[in-house]
Design a protein. Structure first.
Length: 177
């Protein structure tokens, strides 16, 4: 899927990919929805292949990153300047943060993960709607986005992240056959 370049493309891509996630889960056999991923990860690059063991883990990852986005935007809009990643994390060690999210939610049920993601998706899309095309896609509109356009963060935490999740979930779906 091409990277969204307009507000409407971002809205459409995000909602479409989110619906694909919901549909894919509903198409899985009941036991597979909560089953462990059974594909070989030894040759796959990226810590996430070893970190996420099931559908719940993937959904929680999406949810937690959307919470980051929502809190970051709301705090900065309210004049409480903060970095996107929580204190102690940067783009070199954010994998540790992802691991903490994973650990935090090991007792979370799939149904709860689905509800959390549905809520954060709805909130993220509602927040996205409040921005103009220029606010989303022009650089240097908000001082707290650094050298990136605000839309870059929305893309990373919706449409692009959903496509990442779909890739992993489709691999699992194929492994069931």
């Amino acid at each position: 899927m091409p990277r969204p370049k307009t507000k409407q493309e971002l809205i459409d891509a995000s909602n479409s990919s989110y619906q694909k996630i919901v549909a894919l889960i509903s198409e899985l056999p009941e036991d597979a929805r909560t089953g462990s991923f059974n594909f070989d990860t030894s040759k796959l690059k990226g810590a996430h292949w070893k970190r996420d063991h099931n559908i719940r883990d993937v959904l929680i990852h999406l949810y937690e990153w959307q919470r980051l986005l929502l809190d970051w935007v709301k705090n900065n809009q309210a004049g409480h300047e903060q970095e996107f990643l929580p204190e102690g994390y940067n783009w070199r060690n954010y994998g540790e943060m992802n691991q903490q999210y994973w650990e935090k939610h090991q007792a979370t049920a799939l149904e709860e993960a689905e509800k959390l993601l549905a809520k954060s998706h709805k909130q993220t899309m509602a927040l996205l709607e409040t921005f103009t095309e220029d606010q989303l896609f022009q650089k240097n509109v908000f001082p707290w986005t650094g050298t990136n356009a605000l839309g870059t963060y929305f893309i990373a935490n919706t449409s692009s992240h959903y496509e990442w999740a779909l890739k992993k979930m489709r691999k699992y779906q194929r492994s069931l056959k």
